[in-house]
Design a protein around this ligand. Sequence first.
Ligand code: BG6
Ligand code: GLC
Ligand code: GLC
Length: 904
Amino acid sequence: MARPAGHPSRCLPISPQVQECLQQFKVTGAQLRQIQTSLLGSMEQALRGQAGPAPAVRMLPTYVGSIPHGTEQGDFVVLELGATGASLRVLWVTLTGIEGHKVEPRSQEFVIPQEVMLGPGQQLFDFAARCLSEFLDVLPVGNQGLQLGFSFSFPCHQTGLDKSTLISWTKGFKCSDVEGQDVVQLLRDAIQRQGAYSIDVVAVVNDTVGTMMGCEPGVGPCEVGLVVDTGTNACYMEEARHVAVLDEDRGRVCISIEWGSFSDEGALGPVQTIFDRTLDHESLNPGAQRFEKMIGGLYLGELVRLVLAHLAQRGALFGGHTSPVLRSQGSILLEHVAEMEDPSAGAARVHAVLQDLGLNPKASDAEWVQCVCVAVCTRAAQLCAAALAAVLSRLQHSREQQALQIAVATGGRVFERHPRFLSVLRETVMLLAPDCNVSFIPSVDGGGRGVAMVTAVAARLAAHRRLLEETLAPFRLTREQLAEVQAQMREAMAKGLQGEASSLRMLPTYVRATPDGSERGDFLALDLGGTNFRVLLVRVATGGVQISSQIYSIPECVAQGSGQQLFDHIVDCIVDFQQKQGLSGQSLPLGFTFSFPCRQMGLDQVRKTSGSGAGCCDNRVAQQLEASFFVQAVELNVVAIVNDTVGTMMSCGYEDPHCEVGLIVGTGTNACYMEELRNVASVDGDSGQMCINTEWGAFGDDGSLSMLSTRFDACVDQASINPGKQRFEKMISGMYLGEIVRHILLHLTSLGVLFRGQQTQRLQTRDIFKTKFLSEIESDSLALRQVRAILEDLGLPLTSDDALMVLEVCQAVSKRAAQLCGAGVAAVVEKIRENRGLEELTISVGVDGTLYKLHPHFSSLVAATVRELAPRCVVTFLQSEDGSGKGAALVTAVACRLAQRTRV
Ligand code: BG6
Ligand code: GLC
Ligand code: GLC
C-alpha cells in the first residue's frame, strides 16, 4: 500500500477512507513545478506593474534598500503585531554597533482578546499602546524619548519607512476602519491618547523584513526572509530597476512578495482538496489568501480538524463518533498538530493529545491521526518550497547567475515547533532548484533585532530630515512676510519717484505711450540681453510687424573685457547682419535694448536719460556705439536706448493695449510700468504717463531685506562682484539661484546630511549649478533617477536619498524667488490701481527671461502670489515671444513718428 511522503514507518495498514484522504494531500513533483513556474510568472508580472486577471502576489516595495552593515546602534522598542496569531509582542532591543557583541533583548507577550481582533480599529491600537506602557513601566526608561519600530505583518502599501497603508486584513484579524489607513499614524494617535511615554514611531516593517534584516552578520549576505507562522510570506532583495512602480535604476530594494494571496486556479486547483475549500468558505476572508490557507500555522490545525471530522463521520475514526470538538472551528491548534506529527512522539503521546482535546480515540486512531497531521504538514512544507524555489529562480534570473549561493533567514512558529517542516522544505527546494546552494538561518529574536536595525536606519534618516527642514525653514516665507515685502517695495517706489533716498531708482524712460499702430518704417534693433545678443531688422507696416533676426555670441573675453572691445564687437555683428540682409550702406534708425551685463562691466555707472524729445537716449552708451561705428566708417542713427523690461512691455503692448508692466526674470530681474507723470518728480509736466524703470534688482540694498536674508544669501552676495548690491535680484534671478543651492548643499554636507558627509571638490566649484539645472531637476515629468543622473553629470555621486534632498533644496530656493518676485509685481499693480483710483484693475504684464520661461513652476507661483497679495487686480501674464528687440524697434518707431511731427 502506498504511503504518503513523510509517513511514519510504523503506521498500521490504512483504511480505504483514510487512504483516500491522505491521497488528496499528496502533491506531485510536476504539480510543484507548475506552482513554482506560475508563481514566478505572477511575481514578474507584478514587478512590471501589470495586474493579472486573478489577484496574484503583490510584490510590495518596502523602502529597505540595503542589508544592515552591522554598525547600527542604540536602544529601540519593537512592537510586533500580526505575525503570531492572537498575540502581540513588545521588545527592548539594544544594538551595540560592534560585531559579535550582542545584548539579549527583553520581551513580553500579550494575548489579544478575540473581541479586540474583530472590533473597532481604534480599540486594537489603544490595546497595543496599553501593552507598550505596561512593558515600559517596569524598565528604567524615565521620560527619555524612545524610538519604536513597528512590525506589522499584513499586506500594506508602503510609501515611506514610516508610512504604510493597510490593504486588507488577513489571518483572523478584521478590525473596522483600518483598511486604507496609515497604520503608523493610527499607532501614533493611540500612543498619544495613552500619553504615558514619549515614543516616536520611526519605522514600520513586515515580519519577513525583520527576519531578513536581523540575520546574524558573518554568514554572508542574507537576502531572503521567509516566515511561516500564523500566515506565510517571503521578502527578498530585488534589483530596483526591475520594480516598475519605483522608477529607480540603481541599487536594490527589499520586496515583500505577499505570496499568501497567490491563487492561480490552473496551478493551485489540482492540489486543492475539499477540506481547503471548506476551510476557505468558513474563514473570515473567503476567496482570499488561498495559498496561505494551505501553509500558514493558523490553518494547519483547522485542516486536520476538518479531515478528522470527515473521517469520524464516515466511521473511519473515533468509532464514527463526531464529538463537539471536531465540529467546532479552531479547536485543534498548531501546537496540537506539531506534537502529534512529531515522529519521535509515540502513539501514546498522540493518544494523550487527542484525549486532552476531549476526543475518545481507539487504539488505531492515534496512528491514523498522526498520518493525517504528517500529510497536511508535508504538503504545507512542499508548497512553501515551491514558492521559495520561485524566488530563487527570480534571483538567479535577475542577477544573471547560473549557480546561486544564498542564505535564507527563516522565522515563525511553524519552523520553531515543527522540526520536520524545515527538512521537507530543504529536500523539496533541492529538487526544484538544483542549481541553488541555499543555507537556512533561523531568525534572531523572532525578527525583533531586524526591526530594530531598520528602525536605527530610519532614525538616522529622520534626524537628517529634521536638519534639512531647519536649514530650509528661512526660505519658507509666510503670507505676512510677503505682504511686508510688498509694503516696503511700495514705500521705496514712492520715495524713489520723489527723488528721496531709496533703494529703488525709479528711472524715467521717456516712453510716454505704448504704440498706437500708426508707426511705419524699417528699423534696426539690438538686444543685448542676459543670455543672448541679437540683431534684428524690424519692418513695421500696415499688415503688422515683420522681424528678421540673428543671434550672435559674445565671447567671454569680450564680455569681460573693456567697454570699447564690447562695442567694437557689437558693430562687427551689425555690419555682418546688414550685409546678410542687403542693407549695407543704409542708415536705419536703431533701437538698443540694453540690460544687465553691460551694467556689470561699469558701462552704466550713471545712466543719464536725455529729457528732450520722445526718444530715450543714454548719452554715454549711444555715444560709445556711434563712436565705434565712426571707426568702422559705418553710419548709424541710434535713436533709442531702452531697458529690456521696457522693450518687453512695448513688444507685448503692440498686441495687447492692457500691457502696461514689463517684467524680466532671467539672468537678472527687473520691472517697469506706466506711472502718472505727476508722480515723477524729476520730469516736468503733470499730465499723461511715463514708463518708469524701477531697477528693482537693487531693492533692499539699504538693508530693508535683511530680515529675509539667510546665511546662504550672505555667502552668495559676499562672493559676487558687487557685494551689498542688487540684494533683491540675488534672491530671485537665474544668475544666483544655483549658487544659493550650492551653498546650501555645502552646508548640508558639512552636517553629514548629504553625500555621507564627504565634501567634494566639484561642489566647491563656483557656478557649477546653472539655472537650467534647477528647471530640469524640478520638472514634474522627471523621475528621481533622472534627477540623480543630472547631478551625477555634475560630478556629484549621490544616493536616491541625496537626490530627493537636493530636489527639495531646489524647490525651496526657487519657490522663495517666485514668491518675492510676485510680491514685487503685486506692489507695482496695486500702485497703478491706486494711481487711477480704481476699485478693480485689469492689467497685463509682458514677461521675458529664461528662468521665468523655462522653470516648470516659477510662473504659476508668481501668479498665485500676485492673486494673494493684490486681490483687486486681475493680472494676465503675457510671455514675450519676440524678445525685447521688437519693443526697442517700436520705441524707435514712436520716437521717429513724433520727431517727424515736430519737424512738420
Ligand atoms: C530676452 C530679451 O528674451 O530676455 C532680453 O530679449 C532680456 O532683452 C532677456 O534681457 C532676459 O533673459 P535672460 O535669461 O537671457 O537673462
Ligand atoms: C500574511 C501577511 C504577511 C505576513 C505573513 C506572515 O500573509 O499578509 O504580511 O508577512 O502573513 O506573517
Ligand atoms: C539687471 C539690470 C536691469 C535689467 C535686469 C534684467 O537688473 O540692472 O537693467 O533690466 O537685469 O535683465
